[in-house]
Design a protein around this ligand. Structure first.
Ligand code: HEC
Length: 178
């Protein structure tokens, strides 16, 4: 009987020890979890440092913006130079034109009728030009700019301008054959 009791007590004691061990384990696990949580907090902190990284990134984009600005500036300068060259080339007449054409028409239609703001005139016949001009002047063909210009001109001027422009293509050909 004593032996049996002793055995039971031993089992109980073992059981208790086991439970203690288990709860110990639990505590161990808990501490592990807290450690994990702490680690994750470190991660969160790391997450908080990303704005710093973003800041450096935005710094980078600032400098790249500056670079693109610089590039744009260079491109603008180049474009301006090109435009100046084009204007120079555009102002270099292949053939002489009347001072009336130069003063009244060249600014929009080009020194040799090649067209700028106004359409290209070179290659059109005298008859077509004269028809256009009289249509603009009479208002049959509506264009404010052309009407304003031509209303101050007499028919003789329209005729001579038409005759002149009608010969532009021929003049250019002659120039190119020189
Ligand atoms: C301020 C700019 C400007 C000036 C200066 C100017 N023109 Fe024009 N011209 C235009 C524009 C823009 C048109 C196109 C109008 C349209 O199609 O409605 C045009 C159209 C024409 C046309 C018709 C061309 C086509 O094929 O349809 C003729 C011809 C013409 N102009 C001749 C002249 C003559 C000649 C002079 C000088 C007396 C002159 N222009 C001065 C702007 C101008």
């Amino acid at each position: 009987m004593k032996h049996i009791l002793a055995a039971i007590v031993t089992v109980l004691a073992l059981g208790a020890m086991f439970m203690v061990y288990q709860s110990d384990n639990e505590v161990h696990k808990l501490s592990k979890i807290t450690k994990m949580i702490k680690k994750s907090q470190v991660k969160v902190n790391l997450g908080n440092t990303t704005p710093m990284i973003q800041e450096t990134k935005s710094l980078n984009s600032d400098s790249s913006e500056a670079i693109t600005k610089e590039q744009n500036q260079k491109k603008k300068e180049l474009d301006e130079k090109l435009q100046a060259l084009k204007n120079k080339a555009g102002n270099m007449a292949a053939f002489e034109v009347s001072s009336l054409y130069k003063q009244k028409c060249a600014s929009c239609h080009g020194v040799n009728g090649e067209g700028i703001i106004g359409p290209k005139l070179i290659g059109d016949s005298s008859e077509k030009i004269y028809q256009d001009l009289t249509d603009f002047k009479s208002g049959k063909r509506k264009n404010y700019v052309m009407y304003g210009l031509l209303s101050k001109m007499d028919d003789g001027q329209l005729k001579s301008l038409s005759d002149e422009i009608g010969l532009f293509a021929q003049k250019l050909k002659e120039y190119e054959q020189q």
